[in-house]
Design a protein around this ligand. Sequence first.
Ligand code: FES
Length: 156
Amino acid sequence: MEIDPKKIDYVLMKNRRDRNALIPILQDIQAELNWLPEEALEIVALELGIPLIDVYGVTTFYRTFSLKPRGKHIVTVCLGTACHVRGGQRITETISRELKINSGETTKDLKFTLETVNCLGCCAIGPIVVVDGEYYGGMTSQKALALLKRTGREEA
Ligand code: FES
């Protein structure tokens, strides 16, 4: 996958090519691209004079970093006990069928990534689906499909 080196250069410039700013730099790149492609990590390592293996070390230590392509929209379904007994699994399967991906995968057009979590700490309003950080409670398969359509449309 091709990346735009100008975007990486902008992030590096913004952070003054400071090797102590490695984590903010990686965060900024992920914010730009939604994930951390190998090519981007190579540029960062070279520009900051940090061994590539150390850059990888940071990206694998922090769970927030993704070394796999992620979609523009992150859809997270809660499968904690409370959400599970209220249909969380069915909702996951519905979304999975609709997007033709499994949990942890991204659609080919890089529009959606589907993830599952074990509890979001607001069980009372479950089952819960989170889209791009926004929580939707009392979810059903139907509502989830409508939400996906709405999210896809907003971007079109
Ligand atoms: S189980 Fe889903 S929020 Fe707790």
